[in-house]
Design a binder for this molecule. Sequence first.
Ligand code: DX5
Ligand code: ZN
Length: 214
Amino acid sequence: MIKISPSILSADFANLARDIERIASADYVHVDVMDGLFVPNLTIGIPVVKAIRPTTALPLDVHLMIDRPVRYVEQFCDAGADIVTCHVEADTEEHTREALAKVHAKGKRAGVVLKPKTPAEAALPFLDDCDIVLVMTVEPGFGGQSFMADMMPKVAQIRKWIDERGLDCELEVDGGVGLKTRDACVEAGANVLVAGSAVYGAEDIPARIRALRG
Ligand code: DX5
Ligand code: ZN
């Protein structure tokens, strides 16, 4: 089954609880954390994860677009994150491994994220230890960008490795995913679709979530 993880980056931050309630029929809540260093934008952090935790029963899918995330992963877990993903570009292999282990030690799900210019192979050293791999289909930093269809071979390659190894690992795509682009993602092997503007820009949010799930 395809899972939908709406990105609250496209929500109304002055009405976050209301906008999270509006996506109650989704599978995850995607939380985009940016530090103004790893990406050229600043968004939300640990106190906001903590504040939204009691507002929803859905798992919080926390996408850390921050430099050296190993410094903060435990605090995100304690704040209520259920899934924590770290960019492989944000630190050394050793530290990324340490970050995954710290999330697992907290009893939460952990994964790695690849930016568009990062090859599929960059996920390989971590694959056996990941509950999820996230392939960016835009340059991280902002919502509402155009989908990069040329990322689909990367998704397909990672799907192949997951299946060959029989891993219990989800494969997520993030950026520019909407009604016109969801099929390509699913055909390439993604099973979790992040969608910000495609969900929050819809007149009927539950209907849009159903349509994206397919
Ligand atoms: C981009 C973020 C995405 C973004 C998706 O850096 O990681 O999650 O909010 O937004 P849309 O779906 O509008 O591209
Ligand atoms: Zn994201």
